[in-house]
Design a binder for this molecule. Structure first.
Ligand code: PRX
Length: 677
């Protein structure tokens, strides 16, 4: 697996290994109504028909001008799809549905307080709001095609409105997850070169109105420290006209969106006809070094891919009520709350708050009330709902035809509860494996075509051709069940185009490892390396084991261990910090933090608390560690490298392996006693 100096860190090593599970089959009713029940699709999307097979997805969209080149590989591995084509994502998600679906719900927004009624945004209303917002962004904020704008907003219908308004103009949006700190937001503003920040005054989490605007002030300051000036902060108010934050508005910089929109009431702006390969958005994700990576997604390729996969894998029809309980601040929300479902004229549900607020029956009351029939969530949420209200779903009258799990491996036991209790034994489940970088699904069963196997993502989706390689680039035998690094042999339209401003890092991180010829413009020479370990069973189903790099997948969200360690090192008393993943019943993995103090300082409870709060400030509460262990010294190799693998074994109660070659083996037993008692 991956090497960090001469130590080896692999989550796969500490991943739970499950038995092969029995198949479960989709119901006849599901199959009868499914968008895709023709097994020939895999032939149509075979490598023999590559890359033109993807016309099937692109043809689901409305183009101003058809492309002349399906895949341009001349700047390999920066792939360009549908070159020569002209398209607009906002037009495809909004305008083109007006004729047939003008007064159908596009978005149903459910506020967290149960006393507030939900808000229905029809396609007509979405059209009006997107137009007015786009004009405000253009004429008041001065944004133009190709500019970047950072959006740090929680779950509010204004978030997709702002995204689609940017898409209308060709402004590249960079949405930062609302739970991230002001500092994390500021770094992303600086990296993307945004001069405008769109934020919100406050929002509800677990019954409390959180002040969100306060983070904007910090973000602008941090961006300035990096040399990026923000000239306008646009503040959406949770309740128009009623500011919820205690943080003062700064004159000449901060503006209320509801006030500025008034000038554009009733006005319309034509969508800009944009090249298919122009960027639609940036989505930052964590990597192995401290700096987050801005994954750049295209308009034509990305939108084709999320539309095709939403139709076939999510089985979305316009008459479905589809609820993906992710946050739009992550790629799942971009692809499978906003762009994919809206391109298909679906009704997409958004929920503001915490799934278990005020109790674990909340999601099922929402599903019952709105008639949700497709449900999409992450294993961590399923675990949480199962723990806090195992019998709750039975009390409500809702019926899902289809359910999704995404973001991390799901234990077969948790999967079965999802199937039996939430799916009431009739819903088809897809376990979709993919990443921020990949835009859309890579592996999943096709819900009406394949049986489900708990704990396995399934075969590759149409047009995706994986191979498992060992460390040296040898192919692991297909269906052998032997673990290795899963790679994708071919490009696909949803794949990100590059890392914003850092092409070298893009090539290095995702392609260098298995590239056969770095001067080649032939896609066959550039397998894509996602950074996950996997096995393939004899039936062709893939089981994803976890990351092979220094990334911890916390509740389905990626955090780089380096990012966490740098956050710890902002505390001056610390000498060293090492962060390792520890298995957690609810969240899958969480960070365990080991720190040592400088000689002049001494360990204390306060220091432990300071480490936790440094992580919350630098990154956000999602990164909060399970434990902070203050150790006398780190286990180290003779060349002085910290042995994170040994610390991970201690945290997870597994065998520490051979430590005789360490410089300080005695410290291992000391730490083990401290952690395990
Ligand atoms: O390790 C894989 C895991 O999540 C990583 C991608 O994280 P992110 O970019 O934040 O995107 C999450 C939503 C797509 C992957 O490298 N992962 C994602 N889906 C699954 C998964 N692991 C196992 N099973 C999955 N279904």
């Amino acid at each position: 697996m991956s090497n960090r100096g001469n130590e080896t860190v692999t989550e796969a090593q500490i991943a739970v290994h499950w038995q092969e599970e029995k198949y479960l089959y989709p119901s006849d009713e599901f199959v009868a109504q499914a968008n895709m029940s023709d097994a020939d699709i895999y032939e149509r999307f075979g490598l023999d028909n590559f890359p033109d097979c993807f016309h099937e997805y692109a043809d689901m969209l409305s183009w101003y001008k058809r492309w002349h080149t399906t895949l341009d590989t001349s700047d390999a591995p920066c792939w360009k799809w549908f070159v020569g084509g002209k398209i607009n994502a906002s037009y495809n998600c909004v305008d083109r549905h007006l004729e047939a679906y003008r007064n159908k719900a596009a978005i149903i927004y459910v506020p967290e307080p149960e006393s507030e009624s939900h808000e229905v945004v029809t396609y007509q209303e979405l059209y009006v709001r997107v137009n007015e917002m786009a004009l405000m962004l253009r004429d008041f904020a001065g944004l133009d095609t190709g500019d970047r704008v950072t959006i740090h907003m929680p779950m509010t219908p204004d978030l997709p409105v702002v995204m689609l308004a940017c898409a209308r103009l060709g402004v590249i949006h960079s949405v930062v997850f609302g739970g991230f700190s002001g500092k994390a937001c500021g770094e992303r503003i600086a990296d993307s070169g945004s001069r405008v920040l769109i934020t919100m005054d406050g929002y509800y989490r677990s019954g409390k109105m959180l002040d969100h605007k306060v983070k904007a002030d910090e973000a602008v300051q941090i961006a300035a420290d990096y040399g990026q000036h923000v000239d306008k902060v646009l503040v959406v108010r949770r309740y128009a006209g009623q500011y919820q934050s205690e943080t003062p508005m700064i004159k000449g910089r901060d503006y209320f969106v509801d006030e500025q929109l008034a000038a554009f009431c009733g006005k319309r702006v034509d969508p800009v006809e944009l090249p298919a390969e122009a960027p639609l958005f940036l989505m930052y994700t964590s990597g192995t070094t401290g700096r987050p990576k801005g994954c750049q997604h295209s308009i034509g390729g990305y939108l084709s891919y999320v539309t095709g996969t939403s139709k076939y894998i999510q089985d979305i029809h316009p008459e479905d009520v589809y609820w993906c309980m992710a946050d739009i601040g992550w790629i799942t929300g971009h692809s499978y709350i906003v762009y994919g479902p809206l391109a298909l004229a679906a009704t997409s549900v958004m929920y503001e708050g915490v799934p278990t607020f005020p109790d674990s029956g909340r999601p099922w009351r929402i599903a019952e009330r709105l008639g949700v029939n497709i449900f999409h969530t992450a294993p961590t949420t399923v675990r949480m709902l199962r723990k806090s209200g195992p019998d709750e779903p039975k009390k409500y009258n809702f019926e899902f035809k289809h359910m999704t799990t995404v973001g991390e491996p799901i234990e077969p036991e948790v999967w079965r509860w999802y199937y039996d209790v939430i799916g009431k034994g009739t819903a088809s489940i897809v376990d979709t494996w993919w990443q921020t970088e990949t835009g859309g699904f890579l592996c999943s069963t096709m819900p009406a075509l394949h049986p489900m196997k708990p704990g396995s993502a399934g075969p590759a989706v149409p047009g995706i051709h994986p191979t498992i390689f060992d460390e040296d680039g040898n192919t692991v035998e297909e269906g052998s069940g032997v673990a290795g690094n899963i790679c994708i042999q071919n490009p696909w339209p949803g794949a990100f185009q590059t890392i914003w401003g850092d092409r070298d890092r893009y090539v290095q991180t995702y392609y260098a490892k298995y590239c056969r010829d770095s001067s080649s413009t032939n896609w066959q020479d550039w397998p894509y390396f996602p950074g996950d370990a996997a096995t393939q069973a004899p039936d062709g189903y893939y089981r994803i084991l976890g990351r092979v790099d220094d990334v911890i997948n916390v509740a389905g969200h990626r955090l780089g261990t380096k990012e966490l360690e740098s956050a710890c090192m902002t505390i001056s008393e610390l000498a060293e910090a090492a962060v390792v993943p520890v298995t957690d019943d609810l969240k899958g993995k969480v960070p365990d933090v080991y720190v040592s103090v400088r000689p002049e300082s001494s360990p204390s409870k306060n220091l432990e608390t300071a480490v936790t709060s440094a992580i919350e400030t630098e990154i956000g509460k999602i990164a909060r560690p399970k434990n902070v262990w203050i150790v006398p010294d780190m286990p180290k190799t003779r060349s002085g490298k910290i042995m994170r693998r040994v610390l991970a074994s201690i945290s997870n109660g597994s065998d520490v392996g051979d430590i005789t070659t360490l410089a300080n083996p005695e410290v291992v037993e000391h730490i083990r006693q401290m952690v395990q008692g």
